[in-house]
Each structure stands twice: as C-alpha cells, then as structure tokens.
Design a binder for this molecule. Structure first.
Ligand code: NAD
Ligand code: ZN
Ligand code: ZN
Length: 343
C-alpha cells in the first residue's frame, strides 16, 4: 500500500487550495480507511473553503463530502464494514448515537455530530478515514462516480422534498437547479410531484425541462412569483430552496401556496427578511433541512439503483479543483463535477 497521498488542503480561508503530498492516515480502533475512487464537488465545499459560516472548520483541513471508495484497512472492533466494501463518506461523518436526536433516528441534528470535509478531513484526497457506522453502502450496479453526487446532493434533495410534505400530484417549486436541484427534479418526478424549476440561468432551466420539470421560471425576467402562481394555480404546495443566494429565500416563501411548506436547504451566509404577515395569515411553514439520516441515505440511493435518478456528471482530476471552485462560484457548473481519482 502507498504511504503517501495527494490531497487538496485549505490552508487559509478564501485562498486557493494547496495540493500537498501527505502521509496516508493510519486507521485507529473503530475506524476504516477508504481509498477514494471519486468525490463530488458540492457548493458547500466552496462555503467551507471561504469560511462563510459562523462555525468554521479548524485550519488546515481537506474538504470533500461526496467521496466514494473501497475500504482498504479496518481498525480493531469494526463489525459493520469489511475490506473491499464500496462505501461513501458523507457530510454526516459521525454522531454520538446516544442523545435524544440520535435515539429518535434524527442523527443529522446530533449536537456531537462531526462533518466530513469540515470538522474531519474529507474526500479531496486519495485516502480518507471514516466511521464505519455512518458510511453509505453503495448498491451494486452504481459506479463510484455516479454514486458520488447522491451521497450529499441526492440525499439532501430527497430529504428536503420529503420535508415539504408535498403529496403526489401536487406542485413543488425547486429554486436553484444546479448540483442539488437537478437531482431534486428527478426525485420529485419519481415521487409523483409536478415540478416548477426556478433559476437565474436559461441553460439550467432548459436542462430542468429535459429532466421532467413541467415549468421553468427565470427569476431575472418579469415577475417570477406571479408567473409561478399562475402556472401552479395559486402557488406551490412545497418549495425547496437550494439556491446559494439570499434573494432566493424571500422569493421562495412568496412562491408557497396557502398552507404550503418552504424548505430551506441552500446555505449562503447571512440572514433574510421574512414577510411575517403573509407567513402568518397564509399559514406557511418555513423549515430548515440538513442533509439526511442514514435511513434517508438508503432510500435516496435505492432510487438511483432502480434507475429513477441519475446524476449528470463531469469528470475532472483532483488537480483541477481550484478551477472548478472558480466555476462553481460563477454558476458555470451545469450540474455536478466529480473528481475522478483514476484519472
Ligand atoms: P450549485 O452551485 O451546483 O447550484 C446552485 C444553483 O442555484 C445554480 O444552478 C445557480 O444558477 C442557482 N441560483 C443562483 N442564484 C439563484 C437565485 N437567486 N434564484 C434561483 N437560483 C439561483 O450548488 P449546490 O451544490 O447545488 O449547492 C447549493 C446550496 O445548497 C449551497 O449553498 C450549499 O452549501 C447548500 N447545501 C446544503 C445542504 C444541506 O444539508 N442543507 C447540503 C448540500 C448543499
Ligand atoms: Zn454537499
Ligand atoms: Zn447524538
């Protein structure tokens, strides 16, 4: 086995990542070591590298939370993964297993949770340590690069749609149809919903239509809220906001139907104004949603294994990461870039 690995490291917030040769981590008790085959690049990695959020990772760190790879070493006491298994190392790197939230199967809000590529080194490296109790087990028939976007973008979209409570036949508005949103459209269609895609980019909206969205609305033209209300006969039953832009949030709430639910998933830094009278008088629910639980992960991967959801991916080598971050920041990634470690 190799003793050193290539990794992309955030050494300073807001600066390009540094490609480093580092020792391959050694597996401790209760851990597994995974040789990375592929890792998706999520907009969250960009927020992490810029230090956008109130709780910042400790520098230096290796981002990446859509890594898929093969288990190459297993620490003492590990019973839930074996050498040779193909696993995914998600954002929810681990949780305590004992708090009121873990006991309720809501481990994403565990106060002790650790986050892959944030509080623990992530998948922009040739090897990653993982907690075997929290990895995703990748179904047969899905390649590493196909599976990578599903373990964050797919999972988060699927869970977010469930959290809207929208029922088959009803309307969902999906604001932001990039990495998360292009998968959200496919999950929503597979769940029997009617989809109104919302973005600032006509190319993304054309893609959304190809993926099955009934309606596409460009928020930079005309009155997008009025257009959405007209198309849906009064507003969307569920609204999923994945856009990394604050203006999308106030707008998304205005797109909800009376008694509708608006699920917030995008994480641009900052705050946004809530139109209190409308939210109260129209009984609108506003709800945050953070990735998904291990149970949600199994469900989200099953849709893809059954051929109902497929990520649109562009393969790139690890060495291209800074250029990919630049493109993500400028909205120039059509769907999802996946780092291919075989390249
Ligand atoms: P992305 O860059 O691939 O896609 C973002 C999309 O939003 C693009 O298509 C862009 O054109 C569109 N957009 C930008 N401004 C818009 C606006 N005002 N209105 C409508 N659309 C707009 O990003 P991504 O990887 O899909 O991630 C999106 C956001 O979701 C990021 O903030 C990320 O941190 C967050 N995220 C949250 C969770 C969670 O658990 N809550 C998980 C993953 C990602
Ligand atoms: Zn992510
Ligand atoms: Zn817990």
């Amino acid at each position: 086995m190799n003793t050193t690995m290539q990794a992309a490291v955030v050494e300073q917030f807001g600066k390009p990542l540094v490609m480093r040769e580092m020792p391959v981590p050694t597996v401790g008790a209760g851990q597994i070591l995974v040789k990375t085959e592929a890792c998706g690049v999520c907009h969250t990695d960009l927020h992490a590298a810029r230090g956008d959020w109130p709780i910042k990772p400790t520098l230096p760190f290796i981002p990446g939370h859509e890594a898929i790879g093969v288990v190459t070493a297993v620490g003492a006491g590990v019973r839930t993964a074996r050498a040779g298994d193909r696993v995914g190392i998600p954002w929810l790197y681990s949780a305590c297993g004992h708090c009121e939230f873990c006991l309720a199967g809501e481990e994403t809000v565990c106060p002790e949770a650790q986050f892959g590529g944030y509080t623990r080194n992530g998948g922009f490296a040739e090897y990653v340590l993982a907690d075997p109790d929290y990895v995703a087990h990748i179904p047969e028939g899905l390649s590493a690069s196909e599976a990578a976007p599903l373990i964050c973008a797919g999972l988060t979209s699927y869970k977010g749609i469930k959290e809207t409570g929208a029922r088959p036949g009803e309307w969902i508005a999906i604001s932001g149809v990039g990495g998360l949103g292009h998968l959200a459209i496919q999950y929503a269609k597979a769940m029997g919903l009617q989809v109104c895609a919302v973005d600032i980019d006509d190319g993304k909206l054309a893609h959304a239509k190809k993926l099955g969205a009934e309606v596409g609305i460009n928020v930079t033209h005309g009155d997008p809220v009025a257009a959405l209300k007209k198309a849906t006969g009064g507003g969307a039953h569920g609204v999923l906001i994945t856009a990394p832009s604050l203006s999308a949030f106030k707008q998304g709430i205005a797109m909800a139907r009376r008694r509708g639910t608006c699920v917030l998933v995008g994480l641009p830094p900052g705050e946004f104004p809530v139109p209190l009278f409308d939210v109260v008088a129209q009984c609108i629910t506003i709800r945050g949603s953070f990735v998904g639980t291990r149970r949600d992960m199994i469900e989200a991967l099953a849709f893809a294994a059954a051929g109902k959801v497929k990520a649109d991916i562009e393969l790139q080598p690890l060495s291209a990461l800074n250029a990919i971050f630049d493109r993500l920041q400028h909205g120039d990634v059509p769907a999802r870039v996946v780092l291919d470690f075989a390249a």
